[in-house]
Design a protein around this ligand. Sequence first.
Ligand SMILES: *[C@@H]1O[C@H](CO)[C@@H](O)[C@H](O)[C@H]1NC(C)=O
Ligand SMILES: *[C@@H]1O[C@H](CO)[C@@H](O)[C@H](O)[C@H]1NC(C)=O
Length: 472
Amino acid sequence: MILRRRCGASDCLAWFFISGIALIFFLISSILYGTRTENPSLPRVVQEVLPAGRCLCQQSTTFECATCLDCAAHPPFVANTTRTEGESWVFDYRRDASNYGLDEVQCQAAFPGLFEEATRAKNYAKGKGMVTQKNLTDFDLSKGMVHAMIYDGQLRVLRTFLVDNINRQKAIASLAALHRAISAARDRPSIPNIEFVLSVEDLPAQPKKPLWMLSRRAGDDDLWLMPDFGWWSWDMPSLGAFDEIAAEAIQRERVEPWDSKKEKLVWRGKLNFAPKLRRKLVDAAKGKPWSDVGQVKWEDTEFKEPGAQFLGPVDQCSYMFIAHAEGRSYSGALKYRQLCRSVVVSHKLQWIQHYHYLLVATGSKQNYVEVERDFSDLSSAMDDLLAHPEKAKRIADNSVKTFRERYLTGAAEACYWRALIKAWKEVSFEPALYEKVEDGHKKKREQKRGVRYETFILYGYNTQLEWPKSAK
Ligand SMILES: *[C@@H]1O[C@H](CO)[C@@H](O)[C@H](O)[C@H]1NC(C)=O
Ligand SMILES: *[C@@H]1O[C@H](CO)[C@@H](O)[C@H](O)[C@H]1NC(C)=O
């Protein structure tokens, strides 16, 4: 006789409890495993529970920006500068690429469309009234932030909150680039006095604040974009000052012109920076004859996995096609990929950088190839490119003309910084150089705010991280 045991109330509860805990434990472990592992193939169930999070959401930004690049095709704005009196000035890559001191008219003439983002941020801020001192001080700095000021054409650091060396390096590189742009200004006294807070974190911790950031999503209207620290330099194997890498890419092109490039799509990156998104790329390329897509494991110098060896930014130029995928937010690798005379194949981007307005996905000015965020159309896009080599070559040439030889130059970077300063000034307050500090005997003493950038960079590591707290 089958004994039909009905579980008692407490047994049932315990059973539910235990299986509930087990399920939650399983889900959490799967997610942790899925987001951290570098294992190239994941069990189906782990793939399913991987959170899409910010890495594979529906929202993406497609740039409809005919206004930007197209105006570059019209007869260039004729700059009437005092230096070239009587002659019209036209940007010449070989001569002007590293000229950080183009004047405003030259900047406008050379880089149409580059200042869209500064203008957008300014117009948005205008709608909210002026940025006040309080807007910059009524919140605690979160990690990666630097509160700074430009006064009489000099950069001053007011406060920092940096948590580690990467944070510190990014902040110093950003300040250095800004300092270079204002030092080189043809008319330095015309640089307005401003006060601002910048952040070098990938993700905006406070997206509703008027902060200077490296990138933003379409909805982060309050943020102002600055060029990323990589234009100054980045301290990683095979990287360095941006113009140095550009020069190497040009050198490489001499020995390895278009026709000798591998007809393959290359990608190297870390999967756990954006597991779902990047795994889709790896999966979409798996087993394809045109694929040289592999993940990089920095720790593993042997790179046992086939196709997974480290490739420097210039080594990627040996391929006709270079895939691009965002990371935790934007990926700073895009600008290096755009230094090659190769076709950049990117998913629809969600994170905007200051120069992304110049990306053109269709038409005769096409300068990259755009695919879906899940890379479902990667295979057909690659088939099309391989079947139409003249089209691929045209896109690669356009990319060089637009990016390497124009909008990614140091000249463009410096022009953008100064345009950002000017746009910010139009909607923000006039800062004060002095503040009153307690003197101990009820008297207040006037003291200069902050410290000059030139002095700040001499401070030791610990002092730079949380300044001025650590100074006391
Ligand atoms: C260019 O500048 C010179 C000297 O400042 C001036 O005489 C001339 O009229 C200007 N030309 C144009 C086309 O604006
Ligand atoms: C500045 O602060 C005021 C008052 O809190 C607020 O109304 C305004 O929107 C802020 N401005 C910006 C640009 O965030």
